[in-house]
Design a protein around this ligand. Structure first.
Ligand code: ADP
Ligand code: ZN
Length: 212
C-alpha cells in the first residue's frame, strides 16, 4: 500500500497516519518528525531547515524532496509506505510522482482529512507530543502519567512551533494556499479520498478504511 495523508494542522493527520501504518504494516514517513530529528541532531538538513520550521514556513523544496527521495528508496521495495506531511505543494507532488515512476509504481490513495478552522486551532493549541516516538496527545486527553508517554515512556510536551501563535497562523495560511490545491491534483489522477476529520479517532479511521 502506497499512501499520502494531508489535511490542515490539527486535522488529526498524525494520529490517523500512525493507525493506518500499523494496520497495513507499512512505515509512516513523517516529514515534520524527520525535520525535527535533523534539527535536534544538527545534521546538514537540520541546519538548512531550522529557521523555516521555527517560523512555520515550508522548508525549500530542493531540501525536502532530497530527504524524501532517500527515505523512499528504502520503503518502496518493501510493501509500501505512508507519507505524512509530504507533498505539501504541487512541485512536491510532481516530484513524488517522478520518484515513484522511477521505481515503477504509483500511489494507491491520497487521503485528505478536512476540519473547520476553529477545530483546527483548538486542537493545535492544546497539542502535546512525545519527543521520543512522536505520539500525539492533547491537554484534554493527556498521557496517564503527567508528561510521560503511555507508549514509550518518553517526555511529552508541547511542540515549540505549536505555542507560537504567529507560526501556527502561518502554517494554516500556507496550507490553504499551497497544500489544499493538491485535492484537485489527486482528484484528476483518480486517487483522492476525502474524509471528515471532526469525529472521534475511530470514526475517522472507519471512514478512511471504507474508502480504501
Ligand atoms: P504541521 O502539520 O502541524 O504543520 P508538521 O510536523 O507536519 O506540522 O511540520 C512541521 C514543520 O516542518 C512545517 O511547519 C515545515 O516547516 C516543515 N515541513 C514539514 N513538511 C514539509 C514539507 N513537505 N515541505 C516543506 N516543509 C515541511
Ligand atoms: Zn512516546
Amino acid at each position: 500500500m502506497r499512501l499520502v495523508v494531508f489535511g490542515p494542522q490539527g486535522a488529526g493527520k498524525g494520529t490517523q497516519s500512525q493507525l493506518l501504518a500499523e494496520k497495513y504494516d507499512i512505515p509512516a514517513i513523517v516529514m515534520g518528525d524527520m525535520f525535527r530529528w535533523a534539527i535536534g541532531h544538527s545534521t546538514e538538513v537540520g541546519r538548512k531547515a531550522a529557521e523555516y520550521v521555527r517560523t512555520g514556513r515550508l522548508v525549500p523544496d530542493e531540501v525536502t524532496i532530497e530527504v524524501v527521495r532517500e527515505r523512499l528508496a528504502a520503503a518502496v521495495g518493501r510493501g509500501g509506505f505512508l507519507l505524512d506531511g509530504f507533498p505539501r505543494n504541487t512541485a512536491q507532488a510532481e516530484a513524488l510522482d517522478e520518484i515513484l515512476a522511477d521505481q515503477g509504481c504509483t500511489l494507491d490513495a491520497a487521503i485528505a482529512i478536512e476540519v473547520p478552522e476553529e477545530i483546527s486551532l483548538a486542537r493545535i493549541m492544546g497539542r502535546l507530543v512525545c519527543s521520543s516516538c512522536g505520539r500525539v496527545y492533547h491537554l484534554d486527553a493527556p498521557p496517564a502519567r503527567d508528561r510521560v508517554c503511555d507508549r514509550c515512556g518518553g517526555e511529552v510536551a508541547p511542540r515549540a512551533d505549536d505555542t507560537d501563535e504567529h507560526a501556527i497562523r502561518e502554517r494554516l495560511r500556507l496550507y490553504h494556499e499551497q497544500t489544499e490545491p493538491l485535492k484537485d491534483y489527486y482528484k484528476r489522477r483518480g486517487v483522492l479520498r476525502v474524509v471528515d476529520g471532526r469525529g472521534t479517532r475511530d470514526d475517522v479511521l472507519d471512514q478512511i478504511m471504507t474508502q480504501l
